[in-house]
Design a protein around this ligand. Sequence first.
Ligand SMILES: O=c1nc[nH]c2c1ncn2[C@H]1C[C@H](O)[C@@H](COP(=O)(O)OP(=O)(O)OP(=O)(O)O)O1
Ligand SMILES: [Mg+2]
Length: 264
Amino acid sequence: MTRPPDEWAVVSGSTHREPAGSGPGEGELGERGPGESRLGESYLGEGGPGEGRPVESRDAPRRVVLASRNDAKLVELRRILAVAGLAVELVALPDGPDVPETGATFAENALIKARDAARVTGLPAVADDSGLAVDALGGMPGVLSARWSGLLPGAGRAERDAANNALVLAQLADVPEERRGAAFVCAAAVVTPDGAEQVVHGQMCGRLVRVPRGDGGFGYDPLFLPDGQNRTSAELSPAEKDAISHRGRAFGQLAGVLRELLAI
Ligand SMILES: O=c1nc[nH]c2c1ncn2[C@H]1C[C@H](O)[C@@H](COP(=O)(O)OP(=O)(O)OP(=O)(O)O)O1
Ligand SMILES: [Mg+2]
């Protein structure tokens, strides 16, 4: 069985704080110059990065940056955190170079993205690294899910999703029903500007259909039949998907972590 371990359904991260300056050095996680590191100024009040909590009115929701360039994730995560009743405003990442996802695991990549966003904006940052682990492919595409077809980010997101889906379907063409198991996996990371970090995981098990169905969601959703469902995750309503999805589970837990770390 190539699925991720069961404990990923529950909190599997640990919080630790690193002394200031012990994190990745400037440039290590991206090639921003000193001027560009102030990109986040518009997100802040009078305080700047390194000066602690941005100045906000006492009752305003805390601003948290989502370290993602995937608008579909931003939409899902705003929904999930709102349902969790968390008083945060999830803001999009300012324009800038993408940090390379060089990690061997979803957790490593989520931390890479969140650390970079916290450094650039001076805000607490959350990141989602997620993907599809297919049993018949030995757990791949896994962390390579976004670039499985080889199409690079220059191609549009819809085009990349379609090419990834076509490739996985072709690879599984001869794989019989009983070996079409797969799981969506999500690592959700939070990194605060003062260096606190935590990662939690969520997963959704299911199997892959032979013909894509549905136009909701994104990515591999039209191929994925969650366990216990007769509709693909692209055919579920947004609320139905959130209730069972890897992202819904991971960020449902991360909401509790955020409450503690941000004291909200
Ligand atoms: O709920 C999902 N439904 C369908 N497909 C999904 C889902 N969740 C992740 N996926 C797929 C899409 C992409 O091929 C890869 C994520 O890759 P991943 O690097 O985490 O995201 P991304 O590059 O789209 O955006 P970003 O890194 O800027 O957050 O897994
Ligand atoms: Mg990515």
